[in-house]
Ligand binder design. Structure first.
Ligand SMILES: Cc1ncc(COP(=O)(O)O)c(C=O)c1O
Length: 457
């Protein structure tokens, strides 16, 4: 049977007729019917009509519990009353200004108080922009131009980080530095040639990259937990070697906390005692509005300071640091205090344990990765240390589980990543787990290879 012939697929099509019709119309004016590539999925996406709290309702009136939370960005779900009140007030005071607004300072102070390595911050509009500007800062600071990044990592849509996300070597391949393959069309050759692609969670790969390319590398970008690459936590030893080697070679270490800031009060870097030179942030710091930020030690942030002789890097953008994002972001982060983080992370542990118990009951050759308030089910039994292992997962099972959950009132990301939000309780998680269990039972009955081991070739 092909996925298209599966009853799970057909049930999805039957339950989403209005979304199907909308996509047909939308395709005329928007290629593929939706601008954001990462929100499209087969057979067609359901289009969201409205949201409230933990729920999202689509054009057909299907209501789902939203464990997607816009790729982890919505830490308090949809329409938190305190955030709504703050942004209503800010709306009256203006949405964007022609001179600097005073609003960004509160969020800058909050981030600097929480993250020890962050002494100063500049704001822009997305994680993509934050990564782009951080890399520019590193190039200006070091006078070098190449960058190191890790296999499978996604750092947004800037040309120079859009190679090496996929098409990786096999798990058993001893090669530690791979020639990156472009993730999208239209990249300039330099965007591939300038990248040194390093195996994740492999201290020896870091040593090799620095030994062979250290004097050309402006920066190495690292996520303390691989996000889109599989929600795979970093080993403490790997991060310690990375910090040691980059310090020794004068390479700017950029910690990308766009996803992982939600993991701890001081971001995931604080869990590992990692002190990067620069940190990129986005998603939850916008409180539901577009936002991005680069923060770091004063020594590195000098490049943004007009009064400093090294201050050659401008942070630009008509809407950068706009008062709506600053206000929503500050209010959101203030609510996401240490007790809220602890409670949400405990709920994350409960979720991962419950999903693992279901997989074990079904004898599934699958695993649950994650940490804090994030989780991902991988349809592979290859131990998950890096993105090479994650790419052995069965893509058809992933798609069918995603659709099966949609059919049962649960929304996760099409990659299989789930993110909790603070209004959620065990009641919502139990509904997710029941839907997961029921989908797994249905897929097994349909004859899908739920229990078949994957290989590492
Ligand atoms: C780790 C990481 N960095 C950067 C980005 C890009 O952020 P944005 O989508 O806000 O441009 C993402 C987006 O998912 C991300 O996961």
């Amino acid at each position: 049977m092909t996925p298209e012939e599966s009853p799970t697929w057909r049930d999805y099509v039957a339950a989403n007729a209005r979304s199907a019709a909308h996509q047909r119309r939308a395709r005329e004016r928007v290629p593929t019917g939706a601008s954001r590539a990462l929100l499209r999925h087969p057979p067609f996406p359901f289009y969201t009509a409205s949201t409230q709290g933990v729920y999202a309702t689509d054009l057909d009136g299907n209501r789902r519990i939203d464990f997607h939370n816009n790729y982890t960005a919505l830490i308090h779900g949809h329409g938190h009353p305190v955030v709504l009140e703050a942004i209503h007030t800010q709306l009256q005071a203006g949405t964007t200004y022609s001179s600097p607004g005073a609003q960004e300072l509160a969020l800058a102070e909050l981030l600097c108080e929480r993250i020890p390595s962050v002494e100063q911050v500049v704001f822009n509009n997305s994680g993509t922009e934050a990564v782009m500007v951080a890399l520019r800062a590193a190039r200006a600071y070091t006078g070098r131009h190449r960058i190191g990044k890790f296999e499978g990592a996604y750092h947004g849509a800037y040309d120079f980080v859009m190679a090496g996300g996929g098409n990786l070597p096999a798990v058993g391949d001893p090669v530690r530095l791979t020639r990156p393959v472009a993730d999208v069309g239209g990249l300039p050759p330099a965007a591939i040639d300038d990248v040194v692609l390093i195996r994740y969670n492999d201290p020896e790969a870091v040593r090799e990259a620095v030994r062979d390319h250290g004097d050309e590398l402006a920066a190495i970008l690292v996520e303390p937990m691989l996000g889109a690459g599989g929600v795979i936590p970093a080993d403490p030893e790997f991060l310690a070697v990375l910090r040691e080697e980059t310090l020794r070679a004068g390479i700017v270490l950029i910690c990308d906390e766009v996803i992982t800031l939600r993991q701890a009060f001081g971001g995931a870097q604080s869990i590992h005692g990692l002190e990067p030179d620069l940190t990129t942030m986005a998603k939850i710091i916008g409180g539901g509005f577009p936002s991005g930020a680069v923060g770091g030690r004063r020594e590195f942030m000098r490049v943004f300071d007009d009064a400093d002789p090294r201050g050659t890097v401008s942070n630009l953008g008509t809407f950068s640091a706009n008062p709506m994002s600053a206000c929503a972001g500050y209010t959101t982060m203030k609510l996401f205090d240490a007790p809220a983080i602890a409670r949400l992370n405990a709920l994350g542990e409960y979720t991962r344990d419950a999903l693992r118990a279901v997989l074990a009951r079904h004898g599934a050759a699958a695993q649950v990765s994650g940490g804090g308030s994030l989780f991902q089910v991988h349809w592979t039994d290859v131990p998950l240390r890096d993105a090479r292992a994650a790419q052995t997962a069965d893509a058809s099972l992933n798609t069918l589980m995603f659709l099966g959950l949609c059919n049962r009132g649960i929304q996760i990301s099409k990659r299989g990543i789930g993110a909790l939000s603070t209004p959620m309780t065990e009641v919502h998680v139990d509904l997710l787990v029941a839907a997961f269990d029921d989908t797994l039972r249905a897929l097994t009955a349909e004859g899908w290879p739920v229990a078949t081991p994957r290989d590492t070739a």
